[in-house]
Design a protein around this ligand. Sequence first.
Ligand code: ADE
Length: 352
Amino acid sequence: MAILSSRKAQSDSHHSSGNPRVVDSAPMPEEEIPAREDGLRPRCLDDYIGQTALKQVLGIAVRAALGRREALDHVLLYGPPGLGKTTMALVLAEELGVKCRVTSAPALERPRDIVGLLVNLQPREVLFVDEIHRLTRVAEELLYPAMEDRRLDLTVGRGNSARTRALDLPPFTLVGATTRAGSLSSPLRDRFGLTQRLDFYALEDLQAIVKRAAGLLDLPLTTEACLEIARRCRGTPRIANRLLRRVRDVAAVRGGVKAIDGLLVDEALNLHHVDQRGLDASDRRVLELILDAYGGGPVGLDTLAASLGEDPATLETVVEPFLLQVGFLQRTPRGRIVTQAGRRHLEWEEKK
Ligand code: ADE
């Protein structure tokens, strides 16, 4: 019990829902607007590291569309947050030589929001809609004919005198992004010509991403330091870049750092409680809770979320994918369980 309370106290002190986690894969405010991401995003397919299958499929589709002078077919990108869905939409627009209008479903609540965006599109432009599974019914219904027939069905007038008027739209590409492909209605899902999944990145791709970002930020990172960040960024470029910035802070405050090595990275990441595998206090809290309060599981998602004071959807789409990916957590028909590897990892981290 002493272990439980000290663990809990430690977790609580590091976990505050008001405070963004350094390893949170959701974008932080400064990363939300593409132009302000320190110029670290790749701009073209050649600079985009990893996701080889996705790049190949989209590269072919882009070249074919350019050859036919047509708009690219609508694209649905799905997968955990932080893996580069927005970046890919911007890259596609760049490759197509058109502008990308960026929005997200919660910003399209009123019909006029989506109408405004659609009527202002120029031929072959890209409209990127993040969190597309959150579109309202009305917004979806406006999108169906827009995507399929380039037609906007507007209702003019009210009550008995209400009439629909069809407005022609230019050819355009809708790029939709979601962390929950299963939550999309099937009519919407069916209107995408290309549906592609983004996966967690391989270690060597992450190393290359960190190396590229360090070059752009003019940071003298050793190979070992790149590897250390790559190991601890949860397979997610957005987190890798964020960790790199935290390392840069430590190096800047120390002053006179000629080379940023693995030791300095370790120190900076320990300061933020990011462990050797990239888990932070909230990940450890999930595993510890299952071990301490539910004997290692199985425990249902809703029960777990209630005990953690988290929203089940956030737990499922943001926290769990990485714990499942590293094999520390398993989903079974009866609930979540902590694996042997998960137990060993916690014990090992605790001993340090
Ligand atoms: N920065 C973030 N994601 C990237 C990627 N996939 N390739 C290159 N740089 C990146």
